[in-house]
Design a protein around this ligand. Structure first.
Ligand code: HEM
Length: 447
């Protein structure tokens, strides 16, 4: 209560409640949130400024030092803070709402599924999913909506390869029904986005509770110590009494949400960059042809093979630097925070951004040019943060990486392709997506 006003960061709070929300939304709709909202305020006030968004006084922080400070002090100074609609739709028990020991327990379950042994099993599974996807959706077509295609694929990879739940017809649509409401105003009027999403969530709950109970019987009948995929591990924790049935359900929903638009957008942007940079494309193609030539026909890739996709991962990281799938995310101060001579009062929100460092000339000279070779050098910690950092760093980073590079392996070695709209605009709703869904022309490759 006794905060010295002079020590608040500079910036405009605007009108009561509404603050600068409209300007924020306007910029977001054009996918110009950084250029039109953040950058001009950095120029005027510096890297740390205050504003008011959706009723909350908020401090926007930019730069590697700020990322380090706020991301690594999760649980001590700040906690993640999602809009009410997201929390209602993902559930109160998802990992993003958990702190301390409960958070550690859930992360542990995800992490063991993505440990080295887990990844070794995942690689052939992902390969099979990609091949099956091409057989079902690409074969015999000469054009395809790439963004849609990668969403269908990512969904089946998360469900079948990571969790071990078979995808049934209609499931993807049900989940997308929920995702559409995640950032909508939480208005429960019939017909509103949020209302429709709530209905979809109830349907999913019904479906997942059955899946979880079936899995529970299986897990209980198994020998102790026998491990399985992520769902089995979550259910095993349920059987041991460490987590509840609601926690299992909420975390399955959360994992789909976390993986879905992010991975698909990352793949779409890599393809856009490859289409615009033919030299990078030939170098990437060569990497994959060499790997393919080292295998017998039909032999699956191994984790070792994916480690050889070094240039591909540079291309993917450079694409995520320029087009991060996540703009940043909100935290809430749980104490009064002193930072860089300013006070951030307890209860205020903090918005850290990926863009605030990704275009910083100190770390990325000539930041607007596409140069995958930047990633040959080590990038200083917290300067490149598409996956966040600290205790809440992306739990699915390894899966995202494998999904992206294995998809590219099969796409570039099996197909010739080109963008139908090379300069297709990117919009946001509120996550970024290519306006036309990135249609491509493609034909099977005659290698
Ligand atoms: C290119 C793809 C992806 C990107 C760019 C991405 C980015 C991020 C970022 C920035 C965060 C941190 C959010 C914060 O600090 O508030 C995060 C958290 C998370 N991500 Fe990802 N993600 C991707 C794919 C995935 C996948 C495939 C999964 C899992 C299947 C996943 C699961 C998670 C989970 C569970 C968290 C929450 C971690 C926690 O709260 O402890 N993500 N992701």
């Amino acid at each position: 209560k006794n905060i010295n006003k002079k020590k608040l960061p500079p910036g405009e709070m605007g009108l009561p409640w509404i603050g600068e929300t409209l300007a924020f939304y306007r910029a977001q709709r054009k996918n110009q949130l950084f250029e039109e909202f953040v950058q001009p305020r950095i120029t005027k006030h510096g890297n740390i400024f205050k504003t008011r968004l959706m009723g909350s006084p908020t401090v926007v922080v930019n730069g590697a030092a700020a990322n380090r400070f706020f991301l690594s002090n999760e649980f001590k100074l700040v906690v993640s803070s999602w809009p009410s609609a997201s929390v209602q739709l993902m559930g109160m028990n998802s990992i993003m709402e958990k702190q301390g020991d409960q958070h550690r327990c859930l992360r542990g379950v995800v992490a063991t599924s993505l440990s080295t042994a887990g990844l070794e099993d995942l690689v052939p599974k992902i390969c099979n999913s990609v091949k099956l996807h091409f057989d079902r959706h690409w074969q015999g077509q000469d054009t395809i909506n790439l963004f849609r295609s990668t969403k269908i694929l990512t969904f089946s990879i998360v469900f079948e390869c990571l969790m071990g739940i078979e995808v049934e017809p209609g499931m993807l649509e049900m989940f997308e029904g929920v995702l559409e409401g995640v950032f909508a105003p939480p208005i429960k009027l019939p017909g509103s986005r949020f209302w429709r999403a709530k209905k979809a969530r109830l349907e999913i709950e019904k479906m997942l509770v059955n899946v979880v109970r079936k899995k529970r019987k299986e897990v209980e009948g198994r020998l102790e110590g026998e491990e399985g995929m992520l769902l089995s591990r979550l259910v095993a924790a349920l059987v041991r009494g460490e987590i509840s049935e609601e926690e299992v359900v909420d975390n399955v929903v959360l994992l789909v949400f976390a993986a879905h638009d992010t991975t698909s957008f990352a793949i779409a942007m890599v393809c856009k960059m490859l289409a615009h940079h033919p030299n990078c494309y030939s170098r990437l193609l060569q990497e994959h042809v060499e790997i393919k030539d080292s295998k017998r026909p039909g032999e699956n890739l191994t984790l070792e093979d994916t480690k050889k996709m070094k240039y591909t991962w540079q291309v993917a990281r450079e694409s995520m630097r320029l087009f991060p799938p996540i703009f940043g995310s909100f935290r809430k101060a749980i104490v009064n925070i002193e930072y860089e001579g300013f006070t951030i009062p307890k209860g205020w929100k903090v918005l850290w951004t990926t863009y605030g460092t990704h275009y910083d000339t100190q770390y990325f000279p000539d930041p607007m040019s596409f140069e995958p070779s930047r990633f040959e050098e080590n990038i200083p910690p917290y300067a490149f943060v598409p996956f966040g950092g600290g205790p809440r760093i992306c739990a699915g980073y390894q899966l995202a990486k494998l999904n992206i590079i294995i998809f590219l392996h099969f796409m570039v070695t099996c197909y010739d392709w080109s963008l139908i709209y090379p300069n297709e605009p990117i919009t946001m709703d509120p996550l970024p997506f290519p306006f036309h869904g990135m249609p491509i022309k493609m034909s099977p490759k005659l290698l």
